[in-house]
Ligand binder design. Sequence first.
Ligand SMILES: [Zn+2]
Length: 321
Amino acid sequence: MSAPKNVDRTPAYLARERRTKIVKRVRFICILFAVLAIATVFALLPYRRMLPPLPIEAREAGTVRLHFLSVGQGDATVIESSGQCVVVDAGGGGFNETNHIIRYLRGLHVSAPVFLTTHAERDHYGGMATLIQTFGAKAVYLPVLSSEDDGYLAISEAARAADAPVLTLTRGDEIAGGDVRIVCVSPAEETGTDKNAASCVLYLETERVRVLLGADIPATREREIMQAAKDGEVGNSVELDEIDILRVSHHGSDSSSSEEWLEYLGAQVAVISCGAGNRYAHPAAGTVERLSSCVGDIYRTDELGDIMAVIGRDSFRMIAG
Ligand SMILES: [Zn+2]
């Protein structure tokens, strides 16, 4: 009786197996080349120049608009008025977030605006260098405390390449904002090392409407600013106790927005910039509670997306979603 034939090892089977292996190898090499080709195209093409503008209604003459952009867990605010556009912070630099800011600014027909970084934390400066490279810049304001991070150092490089002056604001300094007055109310002379505390806090004023952009300052700095305001030391004719719109400090963290601060400012509307489901659980329940009892309406970018404040001569309205 002869031994059973091994059907799996016939020459025909081995040839088939070899062919299958070769096909698999060729397919793998093709996919690898395709991935490398796509990556090369993305790296070499200035694809951000091709990003289309978002459809945004044109600003009515005589109004000032504030745009609180939805950039996840970060901050990016645009101050738009006739003859001037100031971009305050640039989100954390994530691919989608930076592209969103670029498309939004294109929708506003922005060219060479003023850029300002409130403080050297990534969720505020991450997209800044790319924005300067994309739009050019009239001037670039950097915070008093810097960072050694490459992404932060790239901002100065981008400003140099755009031939824009690099400046710093401290208490009482003003920047030209077209129809809106923009005053830095903090920091004064910075002696600490806490970047959040050293954030640049901006007071905006049109004829009758006042706004405070609280950056990421903690309650200790809120107290210091309040005292300086009571002593008349936060800038010429700054009415800090008559705020209409407040950009809530530090994304609604519990260590900011003390009851005393909120009551002093007297804001009618609070805007919180934070990412949906962020790992810091911002805004804190306690902050939301304090805002609910001290301020009128609360607008959140994690719930509403981009938020716009349209400011007229003596009134304003909020638009969201
Ligand atoms: Zn922040």
